[in-house]
Design a protein around this ligand. Sequence first.
Ligand code: TRP
Length: 442
Amino acid sequence: MAAAQRERWSSRSGFILAAIGSAVGLGNMWRFSYLASDNGGAAFVVLYLAVTAMVGLPVLLAEVVVGRGSQKSPIRALQHYGGSAWKPLGLVFVAAGFLILSYYGVIAGWTIRYAVIALVTGFGPEVEGAFGGIAQGWDAFGFHLLFMLGTIAIVAGGVKGGIERSAIVLMPLLFVLLCGLALYAATLEGGAPGYRHYLQPDWSEVMSLEIFSKAAGQAFFSLSLGMGAMLTFGSYLGRDNHLPNETLMIVGADVGVAFIAGLVVFPVIFAFGLADKVGESTVGALFITLPQAFASMGAIGRVVGVLFFASLIVGALTSAVSLLEVVVSSTIDGLGWTRRRAAWVMGAIIAALGIPSAWSTNFLGVVDTIANNLFLLGGGLALSVFVGWVMDDPVAEASVGTSGIRWFGLWRTLLRFVAPALLAIALLEAIPSTWQAIVDLF
Ligand code: TRP
């Protein structure tokens, strides 16, 4: 069979929107707000912004450069520039796709379930107890399946007809919903301490290695880095995109949405006196506190609740699509399967892998910890070494489509020294606690 033409985005903005769709997701709302409130509020935000600028941005550009330059899915792309010795890293990337989507789908399932509750009955005062029932068991699994069906359908539709088209519709929708919610939150009485906790750093906490490590994991998760998702999206690019500008836009949008989500979550939680509750349940924070707040807002709370969870679903869907696409593109390229078959078979396997996470939020939390601390930080470390030291001339590849950029020297330095050093520190710091979390589970 003659090699089929590689799929392509239909336009420059198609790639940008799809990449923003990948980046903006549950990570910006669910994960960002629980980590920030758990780890010193503004101190966490400061470190997260610093890591995003110094490590996230250069690694994002590196991933897209490898993808566009090689025009291949992760395993082959690494082989293309680094030889067969680098194929195993590609396999780790694909494995991370399986791992992350398996529990991401479960959390996305909760959001669907919550949107339905908000729409049909509204939240009662007993949400805290209800979360346990919704989050674990057949319910959780059923909504996870539903979410996976949507994800698979989009990926099966292809790069242009599925992934790009869904992002073009869903991303603006999410943005509008979230801005509306932030404006509403600003009208709440008693929200001021929420803003303060979120925006006024306690500088003594900024110096914490532990918070730094979590902020690095969050920066990577939120930007979809460290497992070849952006690499894969880059492989559908032609040669006229201005990658430095576009990666900057993607980072800007991702940070912007996380920031706005915080402007919704913190005032709401503080206005309703729920600040202490957030720390009690990590993965459940958003799903326990916010509905309680919605419940006490009466009729408005139902509208706000529906809008909030709808925007979460939207964000989750375009992100899950990119996770599945890593697995699917590798299957198409590696095994010669059709896109449809790859999407349905791999999607079904991932849905099944979600079963333990659907039955135990503890298990889910541990998988999330492993995925971020080990896979993404480790993957990002390996990738920055790869592009900084192994790839022949990354600057030449990154320059395609630009008229030469003064900052490329700085980019390479960041990839060679700064990113590996900071990621190694974050990784080393995270290993003992990750190990402890695994031990505690059993
Ligand atoms: N970035 C997404 C979020 O914030 C999640 C995500 C999508 C992701 N693709 C990824 C995370 C690839 C890591 C790697 O919700």
